[in-house]
Design a protein around this ligand. Structure first.
Ligand code: DP6
Length: 349
C-alpha cells in the first residue's frame, strides 16, 4: 500500500526584509520581518508526500529531477515532523500506522514550482513550507500553523511566513533554542484585497549568490546590518503593522520601497559586495519613483529580493492595469531587458 497527501503553498514576498542570522543551524534571524503571501493560484509549490512499506529510503524530486535529501535543512524538517507524528488509520483500506512506526517508514516526496526556482522569487519559502505542511498532514501532526512555522523556519527562514495567507510577521524570538522564533498572521487575505501584485521577471536564471551564503557574508562584514537590525527595523516593523492595519497605502509603499533599498544597501556594504539588482531593476525603480512623485499619493510600491526581479504592488486594479501598460511601453515584449512578466491576476489586462 501507499498512503499520500498533496498540499499547495504559495510563496511570500517580504516588505520588511529578513537578512542575516544570529544562529545558522536553527535559522534564527537578526530582526523581525513582514511579508505578504501571494495568491496560491499564481506562484506556488505543489508537493505530494507518500509513505509505503516498500520504500527503501527517503527520496525527493523537485520539478521531476531527483535531489539529495542529505542537506541539514531537509533533515531538520523531517526529524522535527517525525518526532511529532501520531497514529494514522485509513479504515477503508485497512491501513494503520502507529506513532512509533513512522521512524521505520520511508518517504517519497515530489515537489513542483510553477515559477522559476532560485531566481530570487522565494521558491525555497513555498517549497519548505509546503513540505512541512504536507508531512504534518500525512503524519497527523497536531501542531497549529505557528508551531509548524517554527519547523519550516529550520528548512528556510522565509518559509515560516508561507504557512499563513495575507500579511504575516516572523517574530525573531529571544530563546536560544528558537522555540519563540515563529510566524503569526497580522491580517488575513481579505483584509486588503485592493492590492495587486505584478512581478516583472527581469531574469529567470538562477541567482549567483544564494541568500544563505550572502547573508553569512553580510553578518560577518557589514556594520550597516547591525545598525539596521538594532535601530531601524524595530521601529519600521511597528510602522508597517500600523500601515497594514489602516490600509494606508502611502505609508505602506514608502516603508516597502525604503526597506528594499536598505536591504540592497546592506548587500553593497558586504565584503565582497553583493549585487542582486541590475540595470533593468534600477530602471524599474526610477519609473516607479517618478510616477509616484508625479501623483498626489504613491500608486505603486516596489521590492526586490535576492535577485533582479521586481515585485510591484499596485494600490488597486486600475493602477495595476496602468502599471502593466507602462512596463510594456518601457520594456516592449521583444526587448532583451525582461524575460517575462508574471502577472498576479490575468483578468487585469
Ligand atoms: C531577501 O529564506 O531564502 O528573500 O533562511 O538561508 O534559507 P535561508 O534564506 P531565505 O532568505 C530570504 C531573503 C530575502 C528576504 C526575505 O524573504 O525576507
Amino acid at each position: 500500500w501507499v498512503l499520500m497527501v498533496t498540499a499547495q503553498t504559495p510563496t511570500n514576498i517580504a516588505v520588511i526584509k529578513y537578512w542575516g542570522k544570529r544562529d545558522e543551524t536553527l535559522i534564527l534571524p537578526v530582526n523581525d520581518s513582514i511579508s505578504v503571501t501571494l495568491d496560491p493560484k499564481h506562484l506556488c509549490t505543489t508537493t505530494t508526500v507518500a509513505v509505503s512499506p516498500s520504500f527503501q529510503q527517503d527520496r525527493m524530486w523537485l520539478n521531476g529531477k531527483e535531489i539529495s535529501l542529505s542537506g541539514g535543512r531537509y533533515q531538520n524538517c523531517l526529524r522535527e515532523i517525525r518526532s511529532r507524528a501520531c497514529d494514522v488509520e485509513d479504515k477503508k483500506r485497512g491501513i494503520k500506522i502507529l506513532k512509533e512506526d513512522w521512524g521505520k517508514l520511508h518517504l517519497h516526496i515530489a515537489s513542483y514550482n510553477n515559477f522559476p526556482t532560485a531566481a530570487g522569487l522565494a521558491s525555497s519559502a513555498a517549497g519548505l513550507a509546503c513540505l512541512v505542511f504536507a508531512l504534518a498532514k500525512l503524519m497527523n501532526v497536531k501542531e497549529d500553523e505557528s508551531q509548524l512555522s517554527a519547523i519550516a523556519r529550520q528548512g528556510s527562514g522565509s518559509a515560516c511566513r508561507s504557512l499563513y495567507g495575507g500579511f504575516v510577521k516572523w517574530i525573531m524570538g529571544k530563546e536560544e533554542n528558537g522555540s519563540d522564533s515563529l510566524a503569526v498572521q497580522l491580517a488575513d487575505e481579505k483584509h486588503w484585497d485592493d492590492l495587486v501584485i505584478v512581478i516583472a521577471v527581469v531574469s529567470a536564471r538562477q541567482k549567483e549568490t544564494s541568500s544563505t551564503s550572502g547573508m553569512r557574508d553580510t553578518v560577518e562584514t557589514s556594520l550597516l546590518l547591525q545598525h539596521r537590525a538594532k535601530e531601524i527595523v524595530p521601529k519600521r516593523i511597528l510602522q508597517m503593522e500600523e500601515a497594514i492595519k489602516n490600509r494606508d497605502f502611502a505609508s505602506f509603499a514608502r516603508l516597502t520601497c525604503t526597506d528594499s533599498n536598505q536591504f540592497h544597501a546592506v548587500c553593497l556594504d558586504t565584503c565582497p559586495p553583493i549585487f542582486y539588482m541590475n540595470d533593468t531593476s534600477h530602471k524599474i525603480i526610477s519609473i516607479v519613483e517618478k510616477w509616484n512623485r508625479s501623483e498626489e499619493t504613491p500608486q505603486v510600491a516596489y521590492t526586490f529580493d535576492a535577485g533582479p526581479n521586481a515585485v510591484l504592488i499596485a494600490r488597486n486594479r486600475q493602477t495595476a492595469a496602468l502599471l502593466i501598460q507602462r512596463l510594456l511601453y518601457y520594456f516592449p515584449p521583444n526587448s532583451d531587458d525582461l524575460d517575462s512578466y508574471i502577472i498576479g491576476d490575468k483578468s487585469i489586462l
